[in-house]
Design a protein around this ligand. Structure first.
Ligand SMILES: Nc1ncnc2c1ncn2[C@@H]1O[C@H](COP(=O)(O)OP(=O)(O)OP(=O)(O)O)[C@@H](O)[C@H]1O
Ligand SMILES: [Mg+2]
Length: 143
C-alpha cells in the first residue's frame, strides 16, 4: 500500500533507518489517535528497512496480563544469539522464556535483553518494530 501524505513522518523514519544502516542506533516513538495511520507507517518502515534484520512485537489487549508475552515475541527470532551472552544473563533469559527451571532475577532481564539485541545487531543492523505499545504487558514494557 502506498501512503498518502505523511512526508515528514516518512522522512524521519528514513533518517532512523539510514542511521541504523550506518551503525548509529536510535529510537522513535509514533503517537497518534486511533486509526490515524500508525500501523501503516510501521509497515512502511518495515518495507523501507532493506538490508536490516526486522523483529517485531505487538501489544495485545488480551495478552496484556501475560508477563513477558511481547518480549518473547520480539526476541524469538534472535534467540540463536543466546550463546553469545555471559552465562548469568543467558540463564536469566532461558528461565524467563521457559527453557530452563528457576526464577530469574528481574533486574537481569532488561540487561540480558539489551545484550541479546546488541549481539544480533552485530551480525546485521536490527530494527525493532513495536506496535500498540499501550497494550504491552507491563513486564515487557519495563524490559
Ligand atoms: N497515509 C495513509 N495513506 C493511505 N491510507 C492510510 C494512510 N494511513 C493509514 N491508512 C489506512 O487507514 C487505515 C487505518 O490505519 P492504521 O491501521 O495504520 O491506523 P492506526 O493508527 O494503526 O490505528 P489503531 O490506533 O487502531 O492501531 C488503514 O486501512 C490504513 O491502510
Ligand atoms: Mg494500529
Amino acid at each position: 500500500m502506498s501512503l498518502v501524505g505523511r512526508q515528514s513522518e516518512i522522512r524521519r523514519l528514513g533518517e532512523l533507518i539510514g542511521a541504523t544502516r550506518a551503525e548509529k542506533g536510535g529510537a522513535l516513538v509514533l503517537r497518534g489517535e486511533a486509526g490515524i495511520g500508525k500501523t501503516a507507517l510501521l509497515d512502511h518502515a518495515r518495507r523501507a528497512a532493506t538490508g536490516l534484520q526486522v523483529i517485531d512485537a505487538e501489544g495485545s489487549e488480551f495478552e496484556s496480563e501475560l508477563p513477558f508475552a511481547a518480549l518473547h515475541q520480539l526476541c524469538a527470532p534472535v534467540m540463536t544469539h543466546l550463546d553469545d551472552l555471559p552465562a548469568p544473563h543467558r540463564e536469566a533469559l532461558r528461565m524467563r522464556f521457559g527453557l530452563a527451571r528457576g526464577a530469574p532475577d528481574p533486574f537481569r532481564i532488561g540487561l540480558a535483553t539489551l545484550e541479546l539485541l546488541a549481539s544480533a545487531a552485530r551480525e546485521r543492523p536490527l530494527l525493532c518494530v513495536i506496535d500498540d505499545a499501550q497494550w504491552l504487558d507491563v513486564a515487557s514494557a519495563r524490559a
